[in-house]
Design a protein around this ligand. Structure first.
Ligand SMILES: C[S@@+](CC[C@H](N)C(=O)[O-])C[C@H]1O[C@@H](n2cnc3c(N)ncnc32)[C@H](O)[C@@H]1O
Length: 480
């Protein structure tokens, strides 16, 4: 039995799971685990993920050298290797395990590991390159980009960080590039259509948003059937007569920029041949550029601009959205797609290297140096001055990551002027603006250096005799 040669009690590392693990959930959200595909959970422990996936009607099986050694190991479309690499104390066996999991993957390997930011939670004595806990379990904690580089090194393919500590390695470039394209522009949403008239309306809507007509291969099957009796020329004429030319023009601009962004991200992640670029992007390149070469040259220039301090600072100052401070631009997740393309590229490159965290509210793009932070303010919508819960930062030159949790902090940083992080059209902006104006009138922003944290803000509210009721500022009663 394999486990007899183990130098730690690896079986004790397997926990009982009541719900899907973070990496399995991420793979579902990212449409890597899909109905019809086979899934192998390699090192499945007590099998919680396998059962949860089976209950969701996925074709999942698990194998584990201790808990599920009877399963016949067979290749599967998707292989999950969830928190296994951490517990293997022998670096050679660690590599071999990753290699074995990769060899079994038909389309994608989802490799995950616990990260160095959990260091304070893992106590033990030094053992090999990790720690041996008092329960005789071993833990090697990875840096987020170290994990990505490690998986890349063993599998020999380009990898993408789906989230911190979750890395996808794809068997072919086509699958990797479709995933990257979806990260930049999620799959188009089509208007509901039950008859030919509504199907035509849906095509017109697509053309206005995208700047071009869809090809029949891009149209969902039931809708394509509703349109099948129309000739392509007829559809083209209907769209030409009914679509709003201004919207089409905006669609052209948006898709051109999205295509450049995709090609620049692709270059950052390793450029593949045109044939492996998703069909939709190939059609966009044909529609909006003179050639693939021209599109690539423009996207290469975009990537180069990321290195140019003056250019980046200019893009930040010109950005119609976000709060600009002397060192960085901050903006809300809802406003992300409204940033200048070079800034969207900045954020995407960082996220591919180190993964966007599962929960985040604001992104911070530093303009001195290159670093991106994702900041979590869980009560952003309900708290007039939301408190920070955590931040995750990646430094783009070294790919070093750091994570700060504020759960234990008694004097957390908080936000003011929430409207500045959102687009002007956001439905909440008017309410936030009114509050800021009232706070300014009450003198609460007279000493900006005092109000950045909970205690200072409370003290200023007291000094000014004010209290907050939701997003309204009121006079405080003496006894409050
Ligand atoms: C932390 S648990 C994770 C279990 C499961 N993947 C989950 O997330 O619930 C680590 C698991 O790795 C398994 N394991 C240890 N060495 C292994 C190896 N060489 N190959 C595959 N799995 C291994 C252990 O038996 C243990 O069940």
């Amino acid at each position: 039995m394999v486990q007899q040669t183990w130098h730690s009690d690896r079986r004790l590392t397997a926990i009982s799971r009541a719900s899907l693990s973070v990496p399995a959930r991420q793979a579902m959200v990212d449409k890597q685990v899909l109905p019809g595909l086979t899934v192998l959970d390699y090192g499945c422990g007590r099998g919680g993920d396998v059962r949860a996936l089976q209950q969701l009607n996925f074709r999942a099986v698990g194998w584990d050298p201790f808990y599920q050694a009877d399963t016949t190991l067979e290749p599967a479309d998707v292989v999950l290797l969830t928190y296994v690499l951490n517990v293997i104390e022998d670096p050679r066996e660690r590599r071999k395990t990753l290699q074995e999991a990769w060899d079994l993957a038909g389309t994608v390997l989802v490799a995950s590991a616990r990260l160095t930011w959990e260091k304070s939670k893992v106590k033990g004595e030094a053992f090999g390159d990790g720690l041996l806990t008092s329960r005789q379990t071993f833990q090697y904690l990875f840096g987020a980009s170290e994990l990505r580089a490690y998986v890349e090194n063993v599998t020999g393919v380009r990898t993408v960080s789906a989230a911190p500590g979750v890395v996808y390695a794809f068997k072919d470039d086509r699958a990797r590039l479709s995933y990257l394209a979806r990260r930049i522009v999620p799959d188009a949403e089509w208007l509901e259509s039950e008859d030919t008239t509504s199907a035509i309306a849906a095509v017109i809507d697509y053309a206005e948003r995208h700047g071009r007509l869809p090809r029949m291969e891009e149209v969902p099957q039931p809708m394509a059937e509703l349109l099948s009796h129309l000739r392509p020329n007829e559809i083209r004429r209907l769209v030409r007569d009914s679509a709003d030319p201004r919207k089409i023009e905006e669609g052209v601009k948006r898709t051109t920029l999205n295509t450049l962004l995709f090609l620049a991200v692709e270059l950052f992640n390793g450029r593949g041949p045109f044939s492996s670029v998703p069909l939709g992007v190939q059609l966009d390149v044909r529609a909006f550029f003179s050639s693939y070469k021209e599109a690539c040259q423009r996207s290469d220039r975009l990537l180069l601009k990321l290195r140019d301090d003056a250019y980046l600072r200019g893009a930040m100052s010109a950005s119609a959205v976000g709060k600009l401070t002397p060192t960085a631009l901050y903006l809300h997740q809802r406003a992300l797609d409204r940033m200048p393309t070079v800034l969207r590229l900045y954020e995407h490159c960082a996220s591919i290297a180190a993964g966007r965290p599962q929960a985040w509210t604001l992104v911070k793009l530093q303009y001195q140096g290159r670093a991106v932070s994702w900041l979590d303010y869980p009560d952003f919508d309900t708290d007039p001055h939301p408190r920070i819960l955590s931040s995750y930062q990646v430094e783009l030159k070294t790919l070093e990551t750091s994570h700060t949790s504020y759960t234990e902090s008694r004097n957390r940083p908080l936000l003011h002027r929430k409207h500045e992080f959102l687009t002007p059209e956001d439905p909440d902006v008017a309410r936030y603006r009114r509050l800021t104006a009232a706070e300014v009138r009450a003198g609460l922003y007279e000493y900006p250096h005092l109000i950045g944290t909970e205690n200072g803000w409370e003290a200023e509210l007291n000094r000014c005799g004010r209290a907050l009721r939701g997003h309204r500022l009121v006079r405080a009663h003496r006894d409050e």
